[in-house]
Design a protein around this ligand. Sequence first.
Ligand code: NAD
Length: 489
Amino acid sequence: MNILPNYINGEWQTSTATEHLEVINPATTEVLAKVPLSPATEVDRAAESAAIAFISWRRTPATQRVQYLFLLKFLLEEHLEDIAQTITLECGKTLAESRGEMRRAIENVEVACSIPMMMQGTNSEDIAQGIDEMMIRQPLGVCAAICPFNFPGMIAFWFLPYAIACGNTYIVKPSEKVPLTMQKIFKLLEQTGLPKGVVNLVNGTKVTVDAILEHPQIKAISFVGSTPVAKYIYSWGAVNGKRIQAQGGAKNPIIVLPDADMVTTTRIAADSAFGCAGQRCLAASIAITVGEAKQEFTKAIAESAVNRVVGNGLDDNVEMGTVINSQSKARIENLIEKGVESGANLLVDGRNPQISGYGQGYFIRPTILQDVNPLSEVANTEIFGPVLSLMHVNNLDEAISLINKSQFGNMACLFTSSGAAARKFRYEAEAGNIGINIGVAAPMAFFPFSGWKQSFFGDLHGQANHAVEFFTQTKVVVERWKDEWSRKF
Ligand code: NAD
């Protein structure tokens, strides 16, 4: 069985790990490879090599640093199909979703290519007579990303291109559930000719993460994953003196007003709830209908759920793939059951589907719970599966008040044809990413990927100018040259 290597100091190295996990194709349950649970000594080696590389990498002009990213963009374009196949193979989403994920990864590389401009400082002359003051940006040193399973290719790209373009060196710890995609991407990073140690890949789980959190040479950590782990990373990382950004889980609501275009709204809402089998931090998890929107929306979304083509994401006509593993499938099914026990009506039951040719795969069809109690567990827990909970209120104020009670704040969307309602919603909804007639309000790479409340711990987000702020520290210089006014040149 293929045991995946780490990539440290410009070399593919077999891990000294004594424990391994199987990487499983969730559609077929075939074992694809084994991933090592790398010990702390390997994080040590990666951090050491990244720290040595930092000495000359930070002195490489930003204009030269981004040349590697230009090359990486073209390599990623060239290998996009191959990487997308790997994402689908290990993660279970459809090929179209995997391609879309890699497009967004490439977009981040493109935005990071503008870092020579984004890193510019500021300068004031004569703040007092003969004295100038300037603020410059300098890289932090060795930085690291700890990634979740649901976007095996994209998430590291919210951080890595910005980090290295700013002059930092980097370590990526992919999710142990989907480590194959990063193997492919690191082969491309290797082909760009980046100096040894600038980028490193270390596989593993908690032991590896703890070694990153505690390593004295690692200055900043970007985390994306579930809320309990995000909290842990944020607090323990801070205790260890790191700069941290930690994105957590979500429970995203969409609100449907009676004046919404119901055909488009239903199509978009279904894509949001069931795309990527609901395993998206921006997936719609709750749909709140207002007034007369209830009847038409409920009927249409149920039809859309029933008609969705579910299967192996590699097959052409498939619209929804698998969930990630058997534990996840059991957890989702259990939450559906709890929803029913708390009084919800199971309008569409997607449990235990028969998917021809894939009897063992981790499939759940789109599921809809109706009349969900806002106080119930299913209404407040992140399900991270293709399950949509329906609720109903009388007006927009009630809907906003309901969603603002949520502990999460990753995304909230409104469907309407009223500009005034949209403006009110944009203003009052307590979430970091807002969609108006949009189902997955994912920011383009030139905007920061926001997130509020228990969906984000930190200050600066991934992507764009926030990433540049996160991966640099400012230095303010106040300068006087005595000779300047007393000497003739
Ligand atoms: P997870 O929290 O289980 O794992 C994320 C990473 O943390 C993995 O690399 C894993 O190895 C590591 N990890 C897991 N448990 C740990 C522990 N106890 N100590 C230290 N490290 C640990 O998340 P997941 O299941 O891989 O991903 C799904 C979650 O990610 C969902 O909650 C989803 O909402 C969230 N997510 C959030 C965003 C966002 O932008 N807010 C984006 C994508 C995914």
